[in-house]
Ligand binder design. Structure first.
Ligand code: FAD
Length: 287
């Protein structure tokens, strides 16, 4: 098992993100995706964290299971929303006991279901980073938003707060985006603020046009006109995936040439697109 900080110090990382399944069928399909992606020897995988009580436990269970049953180093996501200091202390205690060394500290978004609303001792991800620093045994990642966080008052303010947060953390993973120049600008703007910590770009291959366009709207990522034009008349889902995989491959190539310290794939709990991009990029695969 490994701390992501150490992995990044030794070279590029290639990693995958999963979310905890909500049904038995989804559990089976995630199990298949993990088994297929494990053969690619990812540097680490990460597991998202939801707003509701039961989804929180699912993250802990999945990360702990991965740590115990697979050869992959897992990272647990953790959000500010609805947590007291005691909640976080308890969760960190159980992660330490389970040998989990990597945490992605996030602001989180308010739950849509009022039943999930709870008071919180934390406002911004930085507050969580400070708590994790006190624990002193985690490699700490944070989120970065290449095109600016949708709720921030300005891009300049968002960059300033990111610099403050990343200064206290070990590395960042970005929200997904579709054009490399957004990432390059982010890295340059952080350097101008004196921050040179690793920023790993997040990659979301388009495998389903409607779904990704909706997610892009929510996250504030611009969906490029050229890609939208290519997809506009395509009805065949296989063809949509092929175009999406080609576009993501091109993006990854540009990012690696620009010096990205790794690639983090948003898998949506499926393996095919990620495996195809891996093959296109000729990335190292375990035998
Ligand atoms: P923060 O760093 O807290 O920033 C939130 C906003 O507040 C920004 O606009 C920032 O500019 C502003 N801000 C920061 N500090 C200050 C300050 N001191 N004063 C005023 N404004 C400030 N969400 C989940 O719920 N679960 C997940 O598992 C999850 N995983 C994610 C993984 C990645 C890689 C990414 C990029 C996002 C993920 N998210 C997840 C989404 C994330 O929680 C949302 O984007 C959230 O709205 C912001 O999170 P943050 O960590 O960037 O927040």
């Amino acid at each position: 098992m490994a701390r992501i900080t150490d992995l990044l110090a030794h070279g590029r990382t290639f990693s995958f993100e999963f979310f905890p399944p909500k049904s038995d069928a989804a559990q089976l399909s995630l199990g298949r995706a993990i088994a297929e992606l494990e053969t690619l020897s990812p540097s680490f995988v990460s597991v998202t964290y939801g707003a509701g009580g039961s989804t929180r436990e699912r993250t802990r269970d999945l990360v702990t299971w991965m740590r115990r049953e697979t050869r992959i180093s897992p990272m647990a996501h953790l959000t500010c929303v609805g947590h007291t200091h005691d909640d976080i202390a308890e969760l960190l205690g159980s992660y330490t006991e389970a040998g989990i060394e990597n945490i992605l500290a996030l602001g989180g978004d308010s739950p849509t279901d009022p039943a999930d609303m709870r008071p919180s001792d934390y406002t911004y991800a930085l507050d969580l980073v400070e708590h994790l620093r006190e624990a002193d045994n985690f490699s700490i990642g944070v989120a970065a938003h290449p095109e600016g966080h949708p709720r921030s008052e300005s891009r300049k303010a968002d960059r300033y707060f990111l610099a403050e947060k990343l200064d206290r953390a070990d590395f960042a993973i970005t929200q997904f985006f579709f054009e490399a120049h957004h990432y390059v600008a982010l890295v340059e703007e952080m350097a101008a603020l004196g921050i040179n910590k690793p920023i790993i770009p997040g990659i979301m291959p388009v495998t389903n046009r409607g779904q990704v366009q909706r997610m892009a709207e929510l996250s504030g990522a611009a969906f490029p006109e050229a890609l939208a034009k290519k997809l506009i008349d395509v009805e065949d889902p296989e063809e949509v995936r092929r175009i999406g995989v080609d576009a993501a491959t091109e993006l990854c190539t540009e990012l690696l040439s620009a010096g990205a310290p790794g690639l983090h794939f948003y898998t949506l709990n499926r393996s095919t697109a990620t495996r195809e991009i891996y093959a296109n990029l000729d990335l190292p695969v375990a035998l």
